[in-house]
Design a protein around this ligand. Structure first.
Ligand code: TXA
Ligand code: MG
Length: 319
């Protein structure tokens, strides 16, 4: 993987205006969100959406998340009921796509929904993402700006490595604050379902709406992107490791720190928010370091730990 020649630009007013113009003309722009970097296209332009899917090498069965400037724009594209309204009121702008039934008159490209009757909508909280959305005046479809099946980018340099020259420009917002993808929530007969654990802990969502449906109750696959093997580095991963074996490098967490060389720890203080923000960048670094495999310390399965463990399990699974 080599660095692309795509310009990496600081998102001042002039650059945002140029990025908006590129998107309106059907081009692709990579931009930061609070979770990970996205590869954006005008969500109402069928050809631009097809270009994003092709650039990622993404299977056509995997639908895209649509980013909007505010909840009103989201209500134009899909039907909202009381529970969806409550979640949106509490967590937008923020890392929470809500999967809702599309309106018959939605202007969104068909390819976004990959044949489903629903669409995943979110209002991001990152200032640059919001400025770009307002400048474009249209919804932006943006999957994570990585090649399909790879680790999501949390810096502009990662995007440059991942997607070569697919984007016309990369807006540089520095490292993403959350560092894990958003929490995708669907609905089954009106009850919310966790489709992808992510940047908002499920416990926070459950404090606002109760009565969640569980996976087995929903027709499968409820979220086509949730394949067992995903987010994969090149090296093999061994989870819940307490020490390193032959040829392994250690990725620690809390007091279960690196035994010996390297010094990689997701959060020496055992803070899951810090661990989430470090996860993808550290996996990338260890993937490029000498050694055959990565041994990862146990991560508690609560709060953001649920999403961290989800990504680690998928990274450990081999196709
Ligand atoms: O944090 C994020 O959400 C980032 C930033 C850029 O916003 N985007 C992102 O997009 O992670 P992507 O395309 O890499 O992941 C989208 C996820 C997939 O798991 C997909 O299956 C699910 O959302 N999804 C999208 N539309 C859906 C739908 N209509 N029904 C069920 N799942 C859907
Ligand atoms: Mg992705």
């Amino acid at each position: 993987m080599t660095e692309s020649r795509t310009p990496i630009l600081s998102p001042d007013a002039e650059t945002i205006a140029a990025a908006a113009e590129t998107l309106r003309a059907g081009g692709l722009v990579a931009f930061p969100t609070e979770t990970v970097y996205g590869l954006g296209a005008d969500a109402t332009n069928e050809t631009a959406v097809a270009a994003v899917i092709a650039a990622k090498g993404r299977p056509a069965i995997n639908p895209l998340i649509v980013h909007l400037a505010d909840a009103d724009a989201a209500r134009h594209e899909a039907h909202f009921d009381d529970r969806a309204e409550r979640l949106a009121a509490c967590f937008w702008p923020g890392p929470l796509p809500l999967v809702r039934r599309r309106r018959a008159d939605s202007a969104l490209a068909a390819a976004i929904s990959a044949g489903l009757e629903t669409v995943a909508l979110r209002v991001p909280s990152h200032a640059t993402a919001l400025e770009l959305l307002r400048a474009v005046g249209r919804p932006i479809a943006a999957p994570s700006a990585n090649r399909s099946g790879r680790i999501s980018p949390t810096t502009a340099a990662h995007v440059s490595h991942e997607l070569g020259d697919a984007a016309a420009m990369i807006l540089d917002g520095g490292p993403c604050a959350i560092g894990l993808e958003s929490t995708v929530v669907g609905f089954h007969r009106g009850r919310p379902v966790l489709l992808r654990p992510g940047g908002i802990a499920w416990e926070q969502l459950a404090a606002v709406v109760g009565d969640w449906a569980v996976a087995g109750e929903t027709p499968s696959p409820s979220s086509p992107g949730q394949l067992a093997s995903h987010y994969a580095p090149d090296k093999t991963l061994r989870l819940n490791a307490l020490e390193t074996g032959q040829g392994e490098i250690f990725l620690g967490f809390g007091p279960c720190g690196p035994g010996g060389t390297g010094g990689h720890n997701l959060s020496p203080d055992g803070d899951l928010i810090e661990a989430a923000a470090n996860l993808f960048a550290m996996l990338r670094r260890l993937d490029a370091a000498p050694g055959q495999a990565i041994a990862v310390a146990p991560i508690p399965e609560d709060g953001l730990g649920r999403a961290i463990n989800d990504r680690l399990r998928r990274a450990a699974a081999r196709p």
